[in-house]
Structure formats: C-alpha cells, structure tokens
Design a protein around this ligand. Structure first.
Ligand code: EPU
Length: 337
C-alpha cells in the first residue's frame, strides 16, 4: 500500500523525525517484482530494512520501499549441515534465536545485532570474531532496472570488512529478497577467541560452552556496552575501525603507549576507532540533543530529539578531531542520506 508524506520516526533506530514523500510496504516477492516492473514510482528509490544503519539528513523526497517479506525454510540438509533460506524481512536476532533453538550453529556470535536479514549481507555484518561471509551460502536479489531475479554467491558479493558489492559497484541496483546460510548441525565450531567472550563465559562459570552459551555471552556483553535503540536511539557503531600502515601504528605507539591494534596483513594494522574517540575525550560527550555513548565511544546517540544534521555535525567534529590528534581519517559506517 502506498502512503504519502509518511513519518519515518518508527522506522529508523536513530529516531529521526523525518518523513518520506512515498512509502510502500512490500510483503511478498511477487508484490516486489510487480511494483518494480511497473516503474511508475517516484524516484529516487530507497530500500529500508530495519533502519538501524541510516541517518536521514532531511525528509526523503522519493519512494521508500519497506521490505516485509517474511518466512524461512530449510532448502538443503545432510547429517552435518543445513542450508536455511531466510527472507529479507525477517528480524535478524529472532532468526538467530530460531537457529539456536534448532541447534543450528554459526550465527551465535552475531546475536542481538539490530536490523533485518536482508540488510545483513549489505555490510557483511560482524561481531566477536564472526562475519556473515563465514556462514553465507547465497542470496537472491531483484534487479531494479529489469525486475529480474539474480542469485549471488559469496564471491559475487565481494565481502570485506563492513563491505560488499552492494555498497560499491552495485549500489542502488539490486534489492536483496532472501539470504541462505550454511549452518552446522553437529561438531559446531565454537568461536570464543574474542577476549570479552572468554571473560563473560568465565563469569558464567562455563568451561565447555555450547552455541547457546556463546549466544548468551554475546547478548550479555552487547547489553552491557551497547544502548538499546528503544531506550537510547542509536545506529550501533557509527564509524569503521580504521586500518593504518604498520609503520604509522608503531609511530603512534611511541606517542600513545597502550594504543590497541591488530595486524591484519599486507602491512596494515586495524585500530579500534572507539579507543581513538575515547582518548580524544569524546566518550560521554553530550550537547542538548546528541552525544557519544558513555560506555562505547563508537556509538553516537540521539538522547533528546536531535536531527540527522545534529548527528552528522557531531560526527564531523569527531572526524576532524581524530584527524588532527592522530592523523587518522575515520570513515562512517552508517549510511547518510
Ligand atoms: N575501545 C575503547 N573505548 C571505547 C570502545 C572501544 O577503548 O569506548 C577499545 C578497547 O580497546 C576495546 C576495543 O576498542 O578492546 C574493541 O572494542 P569492542 O570489542 O567493543 O569492539 P569495537 O571494535 O568497538 C566492533 C564492531 C562492533 C562489534 C564489536 C564486537 C566495528 C565498526 N564495530 O566494535 O559492531 O559488535 O566489534 O565484535 O567494527 C556495529 O557494527 O554496529 C557494531 C556494534
């Protein structure tokens, strides 16, 4: 159903009070293809999933397609593995919980990430040592210019750190309608290398964790650090963790002993943006409307009815300050439109 001048307040986790000139809820694949091929919609088109990674700077003049295609099914299985196809409109965390109830392994480290299944490959969501690419089998997407369905395997998706082909060469060209994940049914690969998970499991007094235990640990960590969008509007990590040349990292170490960094190969080191922002003194900063979360400096919050511009301006000040103090150019992780 088409709605005009429709409020997007409920549809973005930064809780920005903006509206869409046209807003259409899409409930099925057929519905989507019909709509796309009719080609009589007001352009530009923006595909909205859970709205957890977007900042609207102003009202959207064009058409927002809200993808609400639900359902999931097992498409292939043997005694060790199962391939589950989930439609784009499924809530991510509910899908993870469903997998865990069925004792399907692979998604547990990605518990409690906001958003919907369809958005998960866009930026190759990742947390606590796992990225979607590790469990990805294939996805289906509709080409906007033709209405044709195309399948993408992992290689086609060109996954990188918070990156995929859909954020680059194929930006705004396809609408992801379903994602198929390859999960384990036994001999689950428990991933607990991440220090925070080990600490949390130790607190739970668990020595041989199950996938359900890992999920519980991840949920506890996220709940302790990351604000729930219903309580404090936010978009999760606002910036990416930058990678810098090893030489540059070693120079920074002399000036800032204790700066964390993880070698990622090819002569580069990844540095946590949260550390840089905290060190620069921004953690817990607030102006009248927006601020930096007091427990995780990578998260910008909208604590008092701020606008997208307020959030953007704050992010710009942080970017410039980090550039000046450390000579590092941060990149935003969220989409700004
Ligand atoms: N740190 C600080 N101060 C802070 C925050 C972080 O000093 O305020 C430093 C600490 O040294 C800490 C390190 O940063 O050890 C890493 O922090 P954390 O484990 O919280 O992870 P992150 O690098 O800040 C990334 C992802 C998160 C993901 C976590 C866990 C990005 C941009 N963010 O954050 O993803 O949950 O790792 O794997 O890569 C998201 O994308 O929305 C998101 C929350």
């Amino acid at each position: 159903m088409l709605r005009a001048d429709y409020s997007l307040l409920k549809f973005n986790t930064m809780h920005l009070d903006v509206s869409a000139q046209n807003f259409v809820s899409i409930e099925s694949h057929d519905n989507l293809i019909q709509y796309i091929t009719a080609n009589d919609w007001q352009k530009p088109l923006y595909i909205l999933g859970g709205g957890s990674n977007i900042v609207f700077l102003k009202d959207f003049e064009g058409t927002i397609l809200h993808i609400n295609i639900h359902g999931k099914e097992i498409v292939k299985e043997d005694e060790n593995q199962v391939c589950v196809k989930a439609n784009a409109g499924e809530n991510w965390h509910e899908f993870v919980l469903w997998a865990l109830q069925n004792d399907f392994g692979g998604l547990e480290n990605l518990s409690l990430i906001p958003g919907k299944v369809g958005a998960s490959p866009m930026q190759n969501i990742g947390a606590y040592g796992v990225e979607i690419k590790d469990v990805f089998e294939e996805l289906e997407a509709v080409e906007i210019s033709t209405g044709k369905i195309r399948k993408f395997n992992a290689l086609d998706c060109a996954f990188g750190y918070r990156e995929s082909v859909f954020k680059n060469e194929l930006k705004d060209k396809f609408i992801i309608t379903s994602v198929t994940f390859r999960l384990t049914k036994k001999n689950h690969k428990i991933k607990t290398e991440y220090g925070a998970i080990q600490q949390q499991l130790a607190e739970f007094h668990i020595e041989n964790p199950t996938i359900q235990d890992v999920s519980r640990a991840v949920i506890a960590i996220r709940e302790s650090k990351l604000p729930h969008p219903k309580e404090i509007p936010n978009c999760g990590s606002f910036f990416k963790n930058p990678t810098i040349l090893n030489e540059k990292y070693h120079l920074l170490q002399q000036e800032f002993p204790g700066i964390p960094g993880y070698e990622v190969g090819n002569g580069f080191t990844k540095v946590p943006a949260g550390w840089l922002i905290e060190k620069a003194g921004w953690k817990g900063f607030r102006n009248e409307t927006v601020g930096v979360h007091e427990k995780q400096a990578l998260v910008l919050i909208n604590h008092n009815h701020g606008s997208g511009q307020d959030i953007f301006d704050l992010s710009e000040m942080i970017l410039q300050d980090i550039k000046q103090k450390f000579g590092i150019k941060l990149e935003r992780e969220v989409n700004i439109i």
